[in-house]
Ligand binder design. Structure first.
Ligand SMILES: Nc1nc2c(ncn2[C@@H]2O[C@H](COP(=O)(O)OP(=O)(O)OP(=O)(O)O)[C@@H](O)[C@H]2O)c(=O)[nH]1
Length: 452
């Protein structure tokens, strides 16, 4: 006999806990004994408590100018995306060291993008970044979706296969019984869908089909429709307010989740849309990440500021912000070192980066983007919880959906955090950053063919 709804919810919760204890991201294993709740800097309830030494703002950084001062430079002229001009001003020495720390990678003056551009107006010069950059209010063009949809569906095959295998057992007799509903529940749990969406699927099946004949396709349709309903409110394009001059995007996340790659892809989109971008190689732990970002800088014609390995990432972030204002950038994208969410000293450092940026503009960083690796299961929930608390994450990108993705965890994350999901990563190359579409994702999760 099937368990009652409450029993199901409780056993579902237990299964989640077991999964959380067992499962860690492949690229960034968290030792089992070092759960985030026990780690230094975390209260028993799991909330992050910054340590006393790093809790204060770095007083060596200069004070922020008034916000009005920034706005005062703006003109009401509307934003028009335009190609970057060649650099005219070579009087700049290219030395932005600003102290004992040596920023190693300003582009040579002749390669540097153009001098300050038309001033932007806060609140009026807003653009939306989807497949391309559009001024808010304008209609976008929709290029062919076929290739990435194929990759997305292929990548999510693991989730849908797991669900499909269990479901086919459930429907051997073609009748929806209590036992069959139990099997459907198991299939949904193994796909990492959250409790509310799973319950909604079960209830819909029970209400509309109980005792009747059912095909796999019927079940897939119910799953797709419930998942789409959950994801629709969070599928939102990234909006940038160029009036911030620059709009600052801080990119955070666990090691190897695709921060640097996503930054490169995003910079390519923005520069293709006529925006001027500066990037800060704030992953000061990994030489390869600094090199990777420099390559993206060359490809996109964007200035990249970097510092020595192991240097203070907050100081680099601050100087990059100053530099991006100076060079008239529309957008500053700051990379950060990957860090496990239970390493309090690294999380302190991240909190410091945020505080230091606020010295220049209290509203910065304007977007805090967290990358999540789609091959991670339940641990991704913890990652979002802690990074949101420490760095104020206000948007997500799910990467690696082209691989052996699970992806279902995004549904549980949407239910719990309601954070916008701006993009998905469906490959390693520059064009593989796609706006997140609830319907496509839901159909892929349910193992249905994409709607072209
Ligand atoms: N297949 C696939 N691979 C991706 C995607 N995004 C990133 N990667 C790969 O994932 C690996 C890690 O990506 P990085 O961008 O270096 O990750 P990171 O978060 O900056 O890593 P750390 O600096 O260690 O924190 C690289 O091999 C990327 O090419 C994606 O959407 N699909």
């Amino acid at each position: 006999m099937a368990r009652g709804i409450l029993g199901k919810v409780f056993s579902f919760g237990r299964k989640q806990e077991e999964d959380e204890n067992r499962e860690q991201p492949a690229s960034a294993p968290v030792p089992e004994e070092e759960s985030f709740a026990q780690a230094e800097g975390f209260a028993p309830d799991g909330t992050f408590q910054p340590s006393a030494e790093t809790a204060d703002v770095d007083d060596t950084a200069p004070a922020a100018p008034d916000r009005e001062e920034i706005v005062a430079e703006a003109s009401p002229e509307p934003f028009i995306a335009e190609p970057k001009e060649e650099v005219a001003d070579d009087s700049d020495s290219g030395d932005y060291s600003g102290g004992e720390e040596n920023l190693t990678t300003p582009l040579p003056a002749e390669d540097r993008p153009a001098s300050p551009r038309r001033p932007r107006t806060l609140g009026e010069d807003r653009v939306r970044v989807g497949r391309s950059v559009e001024r808010v209010g304008d209609e976008g063009v929709t290029p062919s979706r076929a290739s990435w949809l194929g990759r997305l569906t292929g990548g999510l095959a693991r989730s849908s296969r797991a669900m499909g295998e269990n479901l086919s057992v459930a429907f051997a007799g073609r009748q929806l019984t209590e036992d069959a509903l139990d099997d459907v529940e198991d299939a949904l749990v193994s796909s990492d869908l959250g409790v509310p969406t799973s319950m909604a699927v079960l209830e819909t099946l029970r209400d509309t089909r109980f005792g009747g004949d059912l095909t796999m396709n019927d079940v897939r349709k119910v799953v797709a429709s419930q998942v789409e309903r959950t994801l629709e409110p969070v599928a939102r394009p990234l909006e940038l307010d160029l009036g911030h001059a620059p709009h600052v995007i801080l990119v955070v996340g666990v090691n190897g989740t695709g921060k640097t790659t996503t930054i490169g892809k995003l910079a390519a989109k923005l520069t293709a849309g006529g925006l001027k971008v500066t990037m800060a190689a704030g992953d000061t732990f990994r030489a390869a990440a600094i090199e990777q970002l420099k390559i993206w800088g060359e490809r996109t014609g964007s200035e990249v500021l970097a510092t020595e390995l192991g240097a203070d990432a907050a100081a680099l972030a601050y100087r990059s912000y100053e530099r991006a204002r100076e060079n008239g950038s529309d957008v500053l994208i700051i990379d950060t070192a990957g860090r496990l969410q239970n390493r309090s000293e690294l999380m302190d450092e991240l909190a410091k980066i945020v505080r230091v940026l606020k010295k220049i503009d209290e509203s910065a960083p304007h977007t805090v983007l967290q990358t999540l690796d789609a091959t991670t299961g339940q641990n991704a929930m913890r990652q979002v919880e802690i990074f949101q608390q420490v760095a104020g994450v206000n948007g997500l990108v799910m990467t690696k959906l082209d691989g052996t993705a699970r992806g279902g965890i995004l549904v549980a994350i949407a239910e719990k955090f309601r954070l916008p999901v701006f993009f998905i990563g469906v490959g390693e190359s520059v064009e593989d950053l796609e706006p997140f579409e609830a319907r496509d994702f839901a159909r892929a999760i349910a193992g249905m063919e994409p709607v072209q």
